[in-house]
Design a protein around this ligand. Structure first.
Ligand SMILES: [Fe+2]
Ligand SMILES: [Fe+2]
Length: 369
């Protein structure tokens, strides 16, 4: 399904329920009817099935792509770049110097690239149509050279990973509601390295004139109307990444982060046990669970963080398979160690992940010949 989010600004989103990738196309149409077609973060091979029809319907095919913008270097948005440049032989890649330094490892042709920094005042003027876009740095959000693009015509800011979120809103549609915030918050706490960097990025956005009407991130919901300023305000005050590790920070957020890290690792190693865990803690409706869940992730704790962690620790103890139990205990301790979380079981002499590992289970030597 192709969504229109602004003047000649189109979007498709991947079908994953928990975490969407969004790909955008903007057409700058001149008075002579000729268009410059700009593609934003063109995804992976998995997205070809939806991206190609969008390009076909709106631009007459991928070959008519003129500009391809990459917000940063991650594979979830760059994996397609070689294919796109090859299929659109007259197209140029536009990205920051920092991103180019890395994506050129895909073996892309140097003469097909224009770096954002090479444009006067970071503004790109389209000769053909007279349109302008401004590049806005999102330094260290989450990559040193991350960039956003502001389209003056539609007043849409394409923001890359900034404002991205895991899905915590029920139902269809593409626009953010209050329910989207939990997922945005979680994504930023996990992925954005520093609160200061996030604050600086919000400041850079607030300098845009005219102010953006719509924010179009690479993941999650499109943000529009009053939510633009509201979520900017919340993000500029949010503790994220390394700042969450500092000791004097809100314990609850830290515990939530630790629990989610643990659940994620558990999902990789023992997906069925994770499902059991989730259904155990989600059972009996909201009242009996110590946790608040939003879209499969923990978004809040209703008891003291210490108590919550103890509950998980105790739950691991109930797992019958001893090897699984030991392994999960080690993963749990690792998740806590990584964030420097201390909780009561630890002080009462619960073994560290290393002790568990060195003890009696799963030596690498036992597993591998
Ligand atoms: Fe990323
Ligand atoms: Fe991303």
């Amino acid at each position: 399904m192709i969504h229109t989010i602004g003047t000649e600004f189109y979007m498709i989103r991947s079908t994953e329920e928990d975490f969407h990738r969004n790909i955008y196309l903007k057409r700058f149409i001149g008075s002579d009817g000729k268009a410059v077609n700009m593609l934003f973060d063109p995804g992976t091979r998995l997205d070809m099935g939806t991206m190609l029809p969008m390009l076909k319907e709106k631009a007459g095919g991928i070959a008519n792509t003129n500009l391809v913008f990459l917000s940063h270097q991650d594979p979830d948005l760059t994996a397609n770049i070689g294919t796109v440049l090859a299929s659109a032989p007259r197209s140029y890649l536009i990205t920051s110097v920092d991103t180019w330094r890395l994506v050129k490892m895909y073996g892309l042709p140097e003469k097909r690239v224009r770096t954002v920094e090479s444009f006067d005042s970071m503004v790109l003027k389209m000769k053909k149509s007279g349109h302008r876009v401004r590049f806005v740095p999102a330094r260290y959000c989450h990559f040193r050279g991350a960039m956003m693009v502001y389209d003056y015509e539609s007043r849409v800011l394409f923001s890359g990973d900034v404002f991205g979120g895991v899905n915590t809103r029920e139902g269809d549609g593409i626009y953010a509601t209050e329910d989207s915030w939990e997922g945005i918050k979680l994504f930023h706490q996990l992925y954005m390295p520093s609160s200061k960097a996030l604050q600086k990025t919000m400041e850079a956005i607030s300098m845009l004139n005219p102010f953006p009407e719509t924010i179009a991130p690479q993941h999650g919901d499109v943000i529009k109307g009053d939510f633009v300023i509201e979520f900017m305000d919340r993000l500029s005050r949010l503790q994220v990444g390394a700042d969450l590790m500092e000791e004097n920070n809100p314990e609850v957020d830290l515990a939530v982060l630790g629990i989610n890290n643990f659940l994620e690792l558990m999902g990789i190693n023992f997906p069925e046990v994770r499902d059991e865990f989730l259904s155990h803690f989600q059972k009996g409706n909201d009242f009996t669970s110590p946790f608040v869940f939003t879209g499969g992730t923990v978004s809040g704790i209703k008891i003291s963080p210490d108590n919550a962690l103890m509950q998980i620790y105790a739950m691991i103890g109930k797992i019958e398979n001893r090897e699984t139990q030991q392994h999960l205990r080690a993963i749990f301790m690792d998740s806590m160690d990584q964030l420097d979380i201390h909780f009561k079981a630890r002080e009462e002499g619960a073994p560290s992940s290393d002790t568990i590992r060195n003890n009696d289970f799963m030596n690498l030597e036992d597993l591998l010949e």
